[in-house]
Design a protein around this ligand. Structure first.
Ligand code: A2P
Length: 279
């Protein structure tokens, strides 16, 4: 009846593609990670990114709100029930100035269209895989390090992470330490496979056991000496790169000097590159 229809409470319009925040962790005053519910239909390959964000402020003229979205690498592996993200906080950043305040139970927008080049399909078979990250560029590798395929495809997994300060390494350091002891991870990947991980953290602006830009440490051979690896060889070595534009460009040059060539989903070769989300 008419009255019954009128009695139906007016629903506040739900966000398009809304997902619910399940946990938030702050690592430094500039870095945080969070987990959200995963859309049932979302399939992705470990290493890919999606667009996420919040509803923007109403347009002063029309009052209409538009979603404010940015590309974020999914930091959780493809098999995980939830989705994890690792983000910078920029005080005047349109999105992250607000996103940094999310709490469990809040909603974010997540467009369920994963894409990206940091995927196993974009590389030719090899023996050793190198993951090169700076800053929040660690995120896609947080996914790939928890992906069984990484260990099925390679005998050795080297992850380098360069940050300005020691505290900025903590998300990655803790993730690697914990995944080696995690019962589910051991069951899924195998302790002997997890032992393939070689973690190589460096800082550039604060004292730490290993200092310097990874580009320089590759060029002067320190990385190879420290890890007991002879060199990088296009026959056996594969690489994935994720950092700032400048970092990606400089590291590409180093990789090309070892004879590695850039690949893509449609044309797999020896290395792939993607820009980390920055603001
Ligand atoms: P540096 O402190 O020498 O600039 P950022 O926060 O600027 O993205 O930098 C994150 C880390 O990546 C820093 O340790 C920084 O070193 C390093 N880095 C930035 N640009 C490059 C580059 N072009 N080549 C190698 N390392 C870089």
């Amino acid at each position: 009846t008419k009255s019954a229809i009128q009695a139906t409470p007016v629903k506040t319009p739900a966000l398009p593609d809304a997902q619910t925040v399940t946990s938030v962790q702050h690592w430094t005053d500039r870095l945080f990670s969070f987990r959200v519910s995963r859309p049932q239909s979302l399939r992705f390959r470990s290493g890919e990114f999606v667009m996420i964000g919040l509803m923007g402020d109403p347009d002063p003229k029309t009052g209409k709100q538009k979603p404010l979205l940015r590309a974020y690498s999914i930091a959780s592996p493809a098999w995980d029930e939830e989705l994890e993200f690792y983000s910078i906080k920029v005080q005047d950043g349109p999105l992250t100035s607000r996103l940094q305040h999310i709490q469990p139970g809040d909603q974010i927008i997540l467009r369920p269209k994963p894409v990206g080049t940091l995927v196993h399909d974009a590389l030719l078979p090899g023996k050793r895989i190198w993951f090169f990250a700076t800053g929040t560029g660690f995120a896609p590798f947080a996914s790939l390090l928890r992906e069984p395929e990484t260990y099925e495809k390679y005998d050795e997994v080297v992850i380098t992470h360069t940050c300005r300060e020691v505290a900025e390494l903590e998300y990655g350091r803790k993730l690697i330490e914990e995944l080696k002891q995690d019962e589910l991870m051991i069951e899924l990947i195998g302790a002997e496979n997890l032992a393939k991980i070689r973690y190589y953290p460096t800082t550039t602006r604060e004292e730490s056991p290993k200092m310097g830009r990874i580009t320089e440490l590759l060029k002067d051979g320190s990385v190879f000496r420290d890890l007991g690896i002879e060199t990088m060889n296009p026959e056996t070595d594969r690489a994935m790169v994720c950092g700032s534009l400048g970092f990606n460009m400089d590291l590409k040059e180093v990789l090309e000097s070892f004879g590695l060539r850039e690949g893509a989903n449609s044309d797999p070769k020896e290395y792939v590159v993607e820009k980390a989300f920055v603001g």
